[in-house]
Write a protein that binds this ligand. Structure first.
Ligand SMILES: [Zn+2]
Length: 281
């Protein structure tokens, strides 16, 4: 085979993916979820099972969604873990970190009716033990609060750094940069926050304008939950290549799309060997 440019493409042969991640399950999620439905946005909502229906004493006292409302409210979105009582995993020690992570996951999964894939670190803090426990518990990734102001795919999914928070002064600049990017590499735009901040900061108009903008440019973007994106990246990593690149086996349960040259795309069907045609650039 001649020179190749194999690169991951997202489903639909797209180079870009967009996702959001919102923490704590405050009642303001109801308004945000309605905006997500309106603008067909997908994301992950990270919940503290032990805080559901409560008004936990934290930095901002907010009312949390009730247990019995979770499954209906978040039905179009992904549910992620955020620790049973939102404890700081970097300080509580391993036994309690295990309890926080497992009890939250076990109970939320009963509501979600599927295994949870994604976690968000409470306060954004973590250490190697926390990462190890999350992996052992079956999570596929965990989000930090470190803004990259970029769109690179994560190297370590257990230190998944978002592009920015919704209050970032560069939010719209980044959105424009993302939409207009002609980069050959796959790009992920990842925005996070807390829905109660929109009440606190009186800026619901900002998030609505932002989601409207992303929806307007959906032709070239895959809109997906955090866990959906991680599952896809995992399927891509599992591809098995023949020595000369002419055959690729996709052992996963997901179809995977790749670019093999600047112009040629291939759909690698789940469970099949695909023969790649020689392309002339
Ligand atoms: Zn939180």
């Amino acid at each position: 085979m001649g020179k190749r440019y194999d690169t991951l493409l997202f489903p639909g042969g797209l180079k870009k993916a967009f996702t959001i991640s919102y923490d704590d399950g405050a009642k303001q999620d109801i308004r945000l979820l309605a905006l997500c439905d309106k603008y067909r946005i997908k994301g992950t909502f990270n919940l503290n099972y032990g805080d559901l229906g409560q008004r936990p004493e934290r930095k901002y006292a907010v009312e949390i969604i009730r247990k019995e409302d979770v499954s209906e409210l978040y039905k179009n979105q992904e549910i992620g873990g955020h620790g049973l009582y939102h404890s700081d995993l970097s300080t509580i020690g391993e036994p309690l970190a295990i309890y926080e992570i497992i009890e939250d996951k076990r109970n939320l999964e009963k509501i979600a009716e599927k295994p949870l894939r994604m976690f968000a670190y409470p306060y954004g803090t973590f250490n190697d033990d926390a990462k190890k426990i999350l992996k052992a518990a079956g999570y596929k990734g965990a989000r930090t609060v470190r803004s990259t102001h970029g769109f690179n795919l994560p190297e370590d999914t257990f230190e998944l750094d978002p592009s920015c928070h919704h209050n970032d002064p560069e939010l719209f600049k980044l959105a424009e940069e993302f939409v207009n990017s002609q980069d050959r590499r796959p790009q992920l735009f990842y925005v996070w926050g807390h829905s109660y901040e929109f009440d606190r900061d009186d800026n619901w108009d900002v998030i609505e304008e932002f989601l409207y903008y992303m929806d307007e440019h959906r032709d070239e973007i895959w809109f997906a939950g955090n866990g959906e994106i991680l599952a896809y990246l995992e399927a891509y990593k599992r591809l098995e290549y023949s020595a000369d690149g002419s055959m690729i086996y996709n052992p996963s349960a997901l179809d995977v799309e790749i670019a093999t040259s600047l112009t040629a795309k291939e759909l690698l069907k789940s469970g099949q060997v695909t023969r790649i045609k020689e392309t002339v650039l």
